[in-house]
Write a protein that binds this ligand. Sequence first.
Ligand SMILES: [Zn+2]
Length: 296
Amino acid sequence: MPELPEVEVVRRGLEAHVLDRTIESVEVLHTRPVRRHLPGPEDFAARMTGRVFTAARRRGKYLWLPLDTGDALLGHLGMSGQLLVQRPDAPLERHLRIRFDLGDLDLRFVDQRMFGGLSFSEGGAELPSELRHIARDPLDPEFDDAEFVRRVRRSSSGIKRILLNQTIISGVGNIYADEALWQARLHGDRRGDRLRAVDVALVLAAARAVMTAALGEGGTSFDALYVNVNGESGYFDRSLQVYGREGAPCTRCGTPIRRISFMNRSSFFCPSCQPPPRARPWPRLSSATWAAPTPA
Ligand SMILES: [Zn+2]
């Protein structure tokens, strides 16, 4: 599944290649990727035709391309989606679903499994209303670190669950959450309201660092005309410390990495560097509680 750094690479590629281009025609080859556009695929194509892309924006793993009308093309890559900028004469991809003719270029949405999709967001140029509930991500210059620390420390959820909560922080994803927690030496079950501010700041800095590193490694392709993203890119495998390393020694202390199931997925962690939270002892009862009742 594309993670945030890969989506950011796609955003930069789109910014480099499709701005100021007019959509001459739109071909919807499969209706499923435009299922969220309720008036149907013909209406989708009609609304997009003749419009001009004016920017390429992102919030978490959602991308949107504002149009000259103040509306936007909104997209999510899902599990296997790709947005490709191609020459019009390039052979059609096997899983090509939607094709935008931009004159001397094509913008193509290719998606094998079709969990992703595109939609037309009315008035969505600044921020599509569909995304209003999604928080900024840690690579966003306007992300508010202090507010994030406060919100985590008000939550009784485990820190990993908080990192995956898109209304508090977006785009972190399962892999980066595990990596950031390992860096910060925190077990994912540690409750937000029992963490010190310094620990929360540490895990946020770690998430930002691993995502920035992946962006650097994945950013090599963005100058190319062919803008590609898929789950198999493998560029992050080289730098992963815990994710997918069950049984391998922790690179910090040598203890075998453990895997546990978590929200239908997996969590990887080092049981020595990231000890699970201890159960709190029962509050000590004051002696007054135990005083014999005074006779009435
Ligand atoms: Zn360790």
